[in-house]
Design a protein around this ligand. Structure first.
Ligand code: LLP
Length: 444
């Protein structure tokens, strides 16, 4: 296979700025990711298919480790989890944020050390708590008052569990209303303003089998500016000072959650982990000096920023329809493999791969194959005017919250996930088939 410099074969190479760094142009409009041509992946594994660049995931883990040498970086498993991903994250020295017994069990059975896992959840089930204690998770993040007694009872009088309290610091941030969690009026955490956080802290301190190591907050997702984080640090340190003044307890950890934004389309802003690390460190040092507190050990929990830009979704065009003055390009996937446009109005930048088109671009709407008018992959995008059935469309930044949020809608089946690395493709998660649907359906 010949891989040529991108600028020679892909005239709009700048349109690839949100693609994995390994993306390379091939003759005749082809693109390779991780050294593997995307057309080859589509032919070998079928479409729709998710492609995940192992090198890009690892490079992103390393960039976080380098930016936060003195902090804990926990990968947020909800963005995407598989056994291989567990191994990559472990090998790169990250911890893990899990939010269910499922994520926790998968990680631990794939060899992840449980003491490097933090368990989240606004409503932890008895199974979640049972798995956490049985497997020995490092931290449980308390998210509601009733959980305190429940967890303490499950730990038992002779046991011990490290916990944190999730605080709502009253900071508004996040790319969409559904992913803003820094203010009251949403289900997560315990508010600073009405004293619920302080109350929960006092109750945790009253449980001898729960060891309060520190505080946690996650102000939202797809945040592209450092300011909300530094504002949140100030409030969190303020609360730590009050805990010291009221209870004489100096908390040693501060987990600032995740939410680090990525660009889904060329030209969009992204949060730079190194800039975030500098800002957090500086604010923590200043706030702690002002409060006369020793700076706590910092933790961050990026999910999207580790996995998102490492993934590409591949679809085949099934039909092209001209109606109502619009052009609809329908592909063989859609909202059951990517509900994000429908949920958050996210806009993607699909492109034709595997064929060089000289046709003039045309404003098109890429839609899915599901029985719902809101099943849109990308609205108002410029695509070659001669798109036709059988063409391959690739959607970058598909590595986070795609497979993990995929559904069984219309029994289309969730796509497989193929890892690419150094010119090799291997199947990590197989396609969900009709047989899978049939096997789960045991009535009749
Ligand atoms: N930590 C906690 C406690 C979280 O709740 C989350 C995400 C993260 C870390 C990681 O956030 P990230 O760095 O990936 O933004 N389904 C939505 C995102 C929901 C995020 C929920 N919590 C989406 O597709 O945009």
């Amino acid at each position: 296979m010949t891989i040529t410099a991108l600028s020679e074969v892909a005239p709009d190479a700048e349109g690839l700025s949100v693609w994995p760094a390994s993306t390379a142009g091939l003759p005749h409009g082809g693109l390779a990711v991780g050294g593997v041509p995307l057309t080859e992946i589509a032919d070998r594994f079928g479409t729709p298919v998710y492609v995940l660049d192992e090198g890009e995931v690892r490079a992103r883990c390393r960039a976080y480790r380098a930016a936060f040498p003195d902090a804990d970086v926990l990968y947020a498993a909800k963005a995407f989890l598989s056994r291989a991903m567990v191994r990559w994250v472990r090998e790169e020295g990250l911890g893990l944020d899990a939010c269910s017994a499922g994520e926790l069990e998968l990680a631990v059975t794939a060899g992840f050390p449980a003491d490097r896992v933090t368990l989240h959840g606004n409503a932890k089930s008895p199974q979640d708590i049972g798995a956490a204690l049985r497997l020995g998770v490092g931290r449980v993040v308390i998210d509601s008052p009733s959980e305190i007694a429940r967890l303490a009872a499950a730990v038992g009088t002779r046991g011990a569990q490290k916990v944190m309290v999730r605080v709502v610091p009253g900071i508004m941030a996040g790319g969409h209303e559904k992913i803003r969690t820094g203010t009251e009026g949403q289900k997560f955490g315990l508010a600073l303003t009405d004293g619920s956080a302080q109350h929960a802290i006092a109750r945790v301190l009253g449980q001898p089998q729960l060891e309060l190591t520190g505080l946690h907050c996650h102000i939202g997702s797809q945040i592209t500016d450092v300011k909300p984080y530094t504002a949140a640090v100030r409030r969190m340190v303020g609360l730590m000072a009050r805990v010291r003044d009221t209870h004489g307890v100096v908390l040693s950890e501060l987990d600032m959650g995740g939410g680090h934004g990525v660009a889904y389309r060329p030209g969009e802003p992204a949060l730079d982990p190194a800039a975030l690390a500098r800002a957090l460190r500086a604010e923590l040092a200043a706030s702690c000096a002002a409060a006369k507190l020793p700076p706590p050990r910092l933790a961050v929990e990026p999910g999207r920023a580790v996995a998102g830009p490492a993934g590409v979704a591949l679809y085949r065009v099934l039909c092209v329809k001209h109606t109502g003055g619009r052009v609809f390009v329908a592909v063989d996937g859609g909202m059951s493999d990517n509900p994000r446009p429908a949920l958050y109005g996210v806009r993607y930048a699909p492109r034709l791969v595997g064929r060089r088109s000289t046709a003039a671009p045309r404003t098109s709407t890429v839609v899915g194959r599901h029985c719902e008018a809101g099943d849109i992959v990308a609205d108002g995008v410029e695509l070659p005017g001669d798109l036709r059935p059988g063409d391959l469309l690739a959607v970058p930044v598909a590595g986070a919250y795609h497979l993990s949020m995929a559904s069984g809608y219309n029994m289309v089946g969730r796509p497989p996930l193929v890892a690419v690395h150094d010119g090799t493709a291997r199947l990590l998660v197989r396609r969900e088939t009709l047989a899978d649907f049939r096997n789960r359906d045991i009535g009749g």
